[in-house]
Design a binder for this molecule. Structure first.
Ligand code: SAH
Ligand code: SF4
Ligand code: F3S
Length: 417
């Protein structure tokens, strides 16, 4: 029997890249490849890159550099560099610096990754393989509903490397979701950079959610990342009416200062953001909200930063991802202005505030009932996205109501009721 060939896929960046990597893995599986975590055993390597901050790009570049040794030992091995940093830097540049790279496919061309495979490995055999989730749990599948982004947040490179927003048709979304449910998914995460701006013909985001929720076998629906500008009343009504829509929204705010929000071109004020999460929480009592912050945006004063710090408490965020501003353009007005030491000090302060606040939010859950989707007999995720441990839980893939009896280090403890 011929031994099957193996592919090793390294993924940097956000869920969009993770979803693309799953598509790439499926393309390899159709050719009889299996996945391996062990680079040494691989016949092909894919590096799916990110460039949202300079550090992400640097990590991708040093990863590619390390493959030089692998290629020396695997003369027939193929190296594919794909994704957002590949798009930014370009094939010529990357192949010039790393001549051992076989193919470069930028994020804008990722749907034609198959062409790169054909170029390197010959024609694609006719075969179908079931979808396999590579990230999160086996019960949770990503479904991309839009590509790119048409907003122009001043700090952000995503629109440049992923192109303007393009929405997939409802039919394509439903087919993808149904296939993944058939392959075992109980929970779907709809993906897009401004996922709630979805519009295809007459179909709005809320209507698309309804259609996905109508698929038999789906227990829970999540989405990432929405933008504060695009939640409409149709969505709020659906959130109130449909308990399978997760009681959790990740809604990046970026800053608590109106002046900085204006400079960032985010299109909302601190007040408008707080009013919005107030409305969402009124529709779905107990809704957990998490966010993203950027510290040290050009011109951020001590007062602007204090406004961000205060927003951590006011927003009652269950989690917040905090990033040091990283210049993504050469324009002088986009250069960082507060210096590395001050940047680091603000980040530390913000992280401490977030940690303290998350502990409070977690403790508020004690005594409450959470709906948990089990990943193992004893571990699962609440609808509010909290990790939950139960001594005797349910079967993997099932949901059950759990009374929260305690909280420790980012995790709730509870018992089935
Ligand atoms: N589309 C999403 C965010 C995508 S990028 C949204 O608009 O909310 C993910 C996060 O990376 C952003 O929310 C932001 O906090 C951070 N980010 C983006 N560009 C950055 C930069 N130049 N420097 C630091 N953080 C950045
Ligand atoms: Fe970037 Fe998100 Fe703004 Fe789009 S909405 S430009 S992806 S931060
Ligand atoms: Fe990075 Fe591209 Fe996502 S730049 S954050 S992988 S869209």
């Amino acid at each position: 029997m011929p031994t099957t060939k193996k592919v090793h896929i390294i993924t940097f960046g956000c869920q969009m890249n993770e979803a693309d990597s799953e598509g790439i893995a499926a393309a390899f599986r159709r050719r009889g490849y299996s996945l391996t975590d062990d680079l040494k055993k691989a016949d092909a390597v894919v590096v799916n890159t990110c460039t949202v901050r300079q550090r992400a790009e640097d990590k991708a570049i040093s990863q590619i550099g390390r493959l030089r040794v692998w290629k020396e030992k695997h003369a027939d091995g193929k190296i594919f560099v794909v994704g957002c940093a590949a798009q930014k830097l370009g094939g010529k540049n990357l192949k010039g610096r790393f001549p051992f790279v076989d193919e470069v496919v930028g994020a804008k061309a990722i749907e034609s990754f198959e062409d790169a495979l054909v170029a390197q490995l010959g024609p694609t055999p006719e075969s179908e393989t079931a979808h396999q989730n590579l990230f999160r749990s086996p019960q949770t599948a990503y479904v991309t509903i839009m590509r790119g982004c048409s907003l122009k947040c001043s700090y952000c490179i995503v629109p440049a490397v992923r192109g303007p927003a393009v929405f997939l048709s409802p039919a394509a979304v439903l087919k993808d979701a149904a296939d993944k449910i058939a392959a075992g998914a109980k929970e779907i995460v709809l993906l897009g950079q401004t996922v709630n701006s979805y519009k295809h013909g007459q179909t709005t985001f809320a209507e698309l959610l309804k259609e996905v929720l109508a698929l038999p076998g789906l227990r829970r629906l999540r989405f990432m990342s929405p933008h504060p500008l695009y939640f409409d009343e149709g969505f709020t009504r659906l959130l109130a009416a449909e308990p399978r829509l997760a009681r959790y929204i990740h809604l990046p705010v970026q800053s608590g200062s109106d002046r900085i929000l204006g400079l960032m071109r985010r299109g909302y004020t601190r007040r408008a953001y707080l009013d919005l999460i107030g409305r969402l929480r009124a529709a779905a009592p107990g809704l957990a909200v998490s966010t993203d912050f950027i510290v040290g945006y050009p011109g951020e004063t001590e007062q602007d930063f204090e406004d961000t710090l205060a927003l951590v408490r006011e927003g009652r965020f269950s989690l917040a991802y905090c990033f040091k501003y990283s210049p993504r353009s050469d324009k002088p007005e986009m250069a960082a202005t507060i210096g590395e030491a001050e940047m680091e000090a603000r980040l530390e302060k913000l992280l401490a505030a977030v940690k303290e606040n998350s502990r409070l939010v977690l403790n508020e859950r004690i005594g409450k009932i959470e709906e948990v989707l089990f990943e193992t007999q004893t571990y699962g995720r609440a609808s509010g996205n909290f990790a939950v441990r139960v001594k005797a839980g349910g079967a993997p893939g099932s949901t059950a109501k759990v009374l929260v009896t305690g909280a420790a280090k980012n995790t709730l403890n509870g018992k089935l009721i």
